[in-house]
Design a protein around this ligand. Structure first.
Ligand SMILES: Cc1ncc(COP(=O)(O)O)c(C=O)c1O
Length: 404
């Protein structure tokens, strides 16, 4: 059994020897194994944002008159964390907004198509469908097997490209299937055909040391997932000639400027989440070290997945392990017993049931008509939490599957 071969990593501790979870404000009545969906903000960053809000409300006139200048500085801080040039990056409230910026800024001629995969995030796919409807074009979806390697994934995506393809939208780390896709290879192949690429890197910041691949095109990513920034913090990186076409979702006083300065003016919008983001990055760096958090998260994910897979497999006699082709450090996918979460609606119901009845926060996903448990790891998670899931939640999920 895999779990007997993988040693449980020792839990991360704060510099004064406390469990790492004490740096977060997550409730103790649930076990939080779903960092990947909405992140979790360290207390210090929450407090910093609260102080910034207090300052904003102490004198809104002074605050908002200086906001664009402050935003340019904040942009530089976040660009440094992402290891990109601040002149190539603008801030937006979330990855969805970044995707909308690209969809709304490019020109799609009549009959144009957009190529993506069956792993694309649902909302991003819906946006592509909206664009395609508006230009009487179509979205062409490459079917990429869960276990496809980089070469096959790239081949299948490029096989969907036609002479009408105006954009390729590709996930760097997929949501439902917790795997990587070969974005650099696809960007390279697309470049040879002169087709722009939008990389959905929603999960990449914090999960990878250098999360923005080196390519010419568009990239969006959330800082409020693995990077732990206060929610509402995301970035658009744009390189190459098309970047001059990007305009912000909010037409405000940045209009004389081009990307990215045009994005530094956001009207009367609260940007304190952006301003406190560096506090999250610095807190994790000084208290644990980002490289150590990434190493720990990967080891813990390997251990936790093995323990839970073994519990399912031992009971059902079927292998619950999933080969995702290009695995990700902090996310793991485990096959659920047959009959559970086979539709999108049921995956929501099963997730809510696990939270309400069993007190574990997880992500439950559906792909290709099968249900999966998606687990995340971060600094505050421990091996004991995954063992507890195997002991308490796995038997209940098996019972639920038998009742279906
Ligand atoms: C791959 C992917 N893209 C886009 C999004 C949208 O992120 P947001 O809701 O922060 O805009 C998510 C959210 O989980 C995601 O997983």
């Amino acid at each position: 059994m895999a779990s007997t071969l993988i040693t449980a990593p020792n839990a991360l501790l704060t510099p004064d020897g406390q469990p790492a979870t004490s740096d977060w404000s997550l409730t103790a009545d649930k076990v939080h194994l779903n960092h990947g969906s909405y992140g979790a903000v360290p207390r210090v960053a929450q407090e910093h944002q609260f102080l910034l809000k207090a300052k904003m409300d102490a004198n809104p006139c002074t605050w908002f008159m200086g906001q664009a200048a402050a935003l340019a500085g904040t942009r530089a801080e976040i660009a440094a964390f992402l290891r990109v040039d601040a002149n190539d990056m603008a801030l937006v409230p979330n990855a969805s907004a970044g995707v909308s910026v690209v969809y709304n800024s490019l020109t799609f001629s009549r009959g144009a198509d957009i190529v993506t995969t069956d792993h694309a995030y649902g909302a991003v796919l819906e946006g592509a469908r909206r664009v395609a409807r508006e230009c009487s074009g179509e979205v062409r979806v490459a079917v990429v097997p869960l276990d496809a390697d980089a070469a096959l994934s790239c081949e299948l995506v490029m096989a969907q490209v036609t002479e009408r393809t105006a954009l390729i939208v590709i996930d760097q780390i997929t949501s439902a299937t917790a795997r990587s896709l070969p974005v650099l290879e696809i960007a390279q192949a697309a470049r040879e055909l002169g087709i722009p690429v939008l990389v959905d890197g929603a999960h990449a910041p914090g999960a990878e040391a250098a999360p923005v691949p080196d390519f010419e095109g568009f990239w969006v990513g959330n800082l409020h997932k693995f990077a732990c920034a206060p929610r509402g913090t995301a970035a658009v990186v744009a390189r190459g000639p098309l970047r001059k076409h990007l305009h912000p979702l909010i037409d405000s006083w940045g209009f004389p400027h081009e990307f990215p300065e045009s994005f530094d003016h956001v009207g009367t919008q609260d940007i304190t989440s952006w301003m406190a983001a560096k506090t999250s990055f610095d807190t994790i760096e000084t208290r644990y070290g980002w490289d150590e958090v990434r190493r720990y998260s990967r080891t813990l994910a390997d251990y936790g997945a093995a323990v839970i897979q073994d519990a399912f497999s031992a009971a059902t006699g079927e292998d619950a392990a999933v080969d995702v082709g290009m695995p990700v450090g902090q996310l793991r996918l485990i096959r659920l017993p047959k009959g559970l979460a086979t539709t999108h609606e049921d995956s929501h119901a099963v997730r809510a049931w696990i939270s309400d009845m069993l007190n574990f926060e997880t992500a439950i996903t559906t792909f290709g008509g099968a249900g999966y448990l998606r687990l995340s790891t971060h600094a505050y998670n421990t091996a004991r939490e995954f063992e507890a899931f195997a002991e308490r939640a796995v038997p209940e999920l098996l019972r639920l599957a038998r009742l279906r």
